[in-house]
Design a protein around this ligand. Structure first.
Ligand code: NAI
Ligand code: MG
Length: 351
């Protein structure tokens, strides 16, 4: 039987809860579709940091390369480990170390989920965020710390290779979807990197004459996502802009409990990493309140990326069979626990 080796990284807080709830559902889908998912649990987390002084082993990224995919919960326990350490040494280290240059986040309303907007006639956006450089490149430094002359510099780095490949992935997706692509910059204010981004957009657009490109400034598209989401389809943005826009997308789709994300290398040389967009939610951890749907949806993105499209579709349809009944966790206005909602989805598989 076909099988896939999956690295399971539950991380911290509700990351553990949602991954433990979602994993049996993924295995059940696999069984229905005649393949096997072999999971290896890796305890890399803030707890691991406290015991070992690092968020993962020195060869962590090398270990991950031996898997077919990585399925992640969430990372961060800010009371115990500063976020800039946990985020940078684990999440960003994996995204950059594996060169997972694309972060794709689908935003749409699942069946039966109203979302906060009065009108969402047609809301189905795929936001593609550059994932390895830009504003989160980590380049910069601080001098005269603590003194009157203190200076902090955080430099954005945009490379032709980095910008072109994320745009190209966006154009490919636009071709598969509605043929529309929105390129996001702030080129009126940032006259070096963002003008460069616009030029790269034109250059790649020339290879895709069938795709209609519209340029937006980030502030304008942020407003448009709320006032006219039906006019948008594929959005391509830099690391920081994509980070912010996808939180708006998540809010429109009903909240962070729904938003899923795929970190991928379009050349497929390394395993992709699939995760909910949300964090470890220390405010609700340990209570069974976390919504597992974002993690299940991320699981469907993982199956799709592995080429198991039928399994991915059947997982999405089981999720929507349940959301359509109005059942859900407290963030959805329901009363189910994390595990109960995941088990309902599992029971709806193959319906
Ligand atoms: P968060 O996403 O953990 O929580 C924000 C709010 O949304 C909280 O009120 C939380 O209860 C709620 N929420 C999040 N996921 C939910 C779910 N599945 N079901 C129901 N409610 C949910 O963001 P926050 O509080 O800013 O960060 C907490 C920690 O997570 C920090 O250490 C942060 O750095 C980390 N973080 C990690 C991410 C990752 O691993 N990819 C992403 C974002 C934050
Ligand atoms: Mg974010």
């Amino acid at each position: 039987m076909k099988n896939y080796r999956i690295a399971l990284l539950p991380g911290d807080g509700i990351g553990t809860e949602v991954l433990e709830a979602a994993w049996p559902v993924l295995q059940a889908v696999a069984e229905l579709h005649d393949f096997e998912l072999k999971g290896t649990w890796l305890p890399w987390s803030c707890e691991y940091y406290q015991a070992h002084g690092s968020m993962m082993p020195a060869d962590g990224v090398e270990q991950l390369k031996t898997f077919d995919a990585i399925y992640l919960g969430a990372v961060g326990l800010p009371e115990q480990v500063p976020d800039h350490i946990s985020l940078r040494e684990l999440l960003l280290a994996i995204r950059q170390g594996l060169d997972l240059s694309v972060n794709a986040r689908p935003h749409r309303l699942l069946a039966g989920v109203p979302g906060p907007l009065r009108s969402t006639k047609h809301f189905d956006i795929l936001c593609i965020r550059e994932n390895t450089e830009g504003e989160y490149s980590g380049a910069g430094g601080r001098v005269h710390q603590g003194g009157e002359l203190e200076v902090a510099v955080e430099t954005s780095i945009f490379t032709r290779a980095g910008v072109e490949r994320v745009l190209r992935y966006g154009f490919e997706q636009a071709r598969r979807r509605s043929g529309k692509l929105a390129s996001v910059t702030k080129s009126n204010a940032q006259r070096h990197s963002m003008v460069f981004w616009d030029e790269m957009t034109d250059r790649v657009a020339a290879e895709y004459p069938d795709v209609k490109v519209t340029r937006y400034h980030v502030d304008a598209i942020a407003a448009r996502m709320i006032t006219a989401p039906e006019t948008l389809d594929v959005i391509v943005a830099s690391n920081l802009f994509g980070d912010i826009l996808t939180d708006i997308g998540a809010a429109i789709q009903g909240g962070l409990g729904f938003a899923a994300s795929a970190n991928i290398n379009p050349q497929r040389k390394v395993p992709g990493m699939f995760e909910p967009v949300h964090g470890s939610a220390p405010d609700i951890m340990g209570k069974g309140l976390a919504n597992p749907l974002a993690t299940l949806w991320a699981g469907a993105l993982m199956l799709e990326h592995l080429g198991e499209t039928a399994a991915a579709d059947s997982l999405m349809s089981a999720i929507e069979t349940i959301t359509d009944t109005g059942a859900g966790t407290p963030d959805m206005g329901g009363t189910l626990s994390t595990g109960e909602l995941a088990r309902l989805v599992q029971a709806a598989l193959g319906d």
